[in-house]
Design a protein around this ligand. Structure first.
Ligand code: ADP
Length: 202
């Protein structure tokens, strides 16, 4: 089990995955909170049954898998339903993350999570690393990646922590306003630092 965990966060399109890839290339285990969120509602998991009981069977696809788009629709404008769903899923996601982190054997591990701070997952980590860039670049990169219109990206950003508040929580910042080579160089520098911190047990 890696005893030293670094939380990697940032808004949509900030470059979390790109930074996580660079850590992974250095042999560091990366646990992705989005992956955990998908795993807990896979077929055969109790949470999926509970969701189908609560919202009705038409929240499932013909294959028996969760119809994510339908579920998003159902909770989008209903605060009570959203709370119910979060109450069910957040502890399960957390447990999945804890188990995956416990299985990590690298000197330290990374928890990559878009909502690290918002969801309270930051209590699982010793240090917070924020991937940061100007909001206009974030919108540009995220909409190019997702082929989404910028308005849609702005809406998602509005549900995430504002840039300034996220930066206030950062122990370390990866400035991703440059190219990928610049991001990778910064990851390499942080990696050396994290190895030292992990070895010192700090
Ligand atoms: P996140 O995981 O935070 O949502 P990604 O890592 O997927 O963000 O990055 C968003 C998009 O921007 C992706 O298409 C990615 O390839 C691209 N990208 C990330 N960092 C850079 C960079 N430094 N220069 C150019 N494109 C980048």
């Amino acid at each position: 089990m890696a005893r030293y965990i670094v939380g990697l966060t940032g808004g949509i399109g900030s470059g979390k995955s790109a930074a996580a890839d660079a850590f992974q290339a250095l042999g560091i285990t990366v646990v992705d909170a989005d992956w955990a969120a998908r795993v807990v509602v896979q077929r055969g998991r109790p949470a999926l049954e509970q969701i189908a009981e609560h919202f009705g069977a038409d929240v499932l696809l013909k294959s028996g898998e969760l119809d994510r788009a339908r579920l998003r629709q159902l909770v989008f404008e209903n605060e009570d339903e959203r709370r119910w769903l979060e109450g069910l899923l957040h502890p399960l996601i957390r447990e999945e993350i804890v188990q995956a982190l416990a299985a990590a054997s690298s000197p330290y591990a990374i928890l990559e999570s878009p909502l690290l701070i918002e969801s309270g997952q930051d209590t699982l980590v010793q240090r917070v690393c924020v991937v940061d860039l100007p909001e206009e670049m974030q919108i540009e990169r995220a909409s190019a990646r997702d082929r989404n219109d910028p308005e849609q990206i702005r809406k998602i950003m509005a549900a995430q922590l504002p840039r300034v508040e996220r930066l206030q929580k950062a122990d370390d910042v990866l400035d991703n306003s440059g190219d990928l080579a610049s991001l990778t160089a910064q990851v390499h520098a942080l990696h050396a630092h994290y190895l030292e911190l992990a070895a010192a047990g700090q």
